[in-house]
Design a protein around this ligand. Sequence first.
Ligand code: PAN
Ligand code: ZN
Length: 196
Amino acid sequence: MTSDAGRSRPFGLDLTREFADLPFDGHLERRLSALGGQFLDQSAYARLIAEDPLVYEVYEIHLPRTAGQLLHGISIVHPGRVGDEYFMTKGHFHAVRETAELYHCLRGRGLLLMENEEGDCAAEELAAGRVVHVPVGWAHRSINTHEHEDLVTFFAYPGHAGHDYGTIERQGFRKVVVARGGRAEILDNPRWRAGR
Ligand code: PAN
Ligand code: ZN
């Protein structure tokens, strides 16, 4: 593993190559069991949990988690569904709300679902070449709406942002994205409740 100090020298990454061959410092895998309570169809979740499929992976560059740094890496959401609902990331607010993030979609198709604490919601399309700006104060979750291809994004955010997963774990997002007649539809989340 490369030390943080090693990353004080300039470096470049060729993101057209296989990510497993690139000099990332960390690799995180999240299986379905890490997303308990987030999917609407609890019986579909219970059926799938026996095999506990890999839902998404994150490759990271390790840098100091301090203001001024730009943390970055690659997120890969695999294709799949729980009932009608597409595979997605846990989603989070940044612990320091006044920190933004950029996502650049490299491959695949999906949505970046966002909401803020005032109750505004947004969903921006992710497709190769698209960049999405997550403003300060907006929670974000990436969702793979393709039937069989990975959704691959490059992300970058401030070093001191931190992650607040608890708020979303408790209350979910206000919107859900489901497959309806072969298309992705954004619906109100019937299970959403403020401060749950
Ligand atoms: C991304 C996300 C990554 C995985 O690096 O952390 O896509 O999603 P979860 O963190 O919600 O599991 C990011 O937004 N960092 O701030
Ligand atoms: Zn983030």
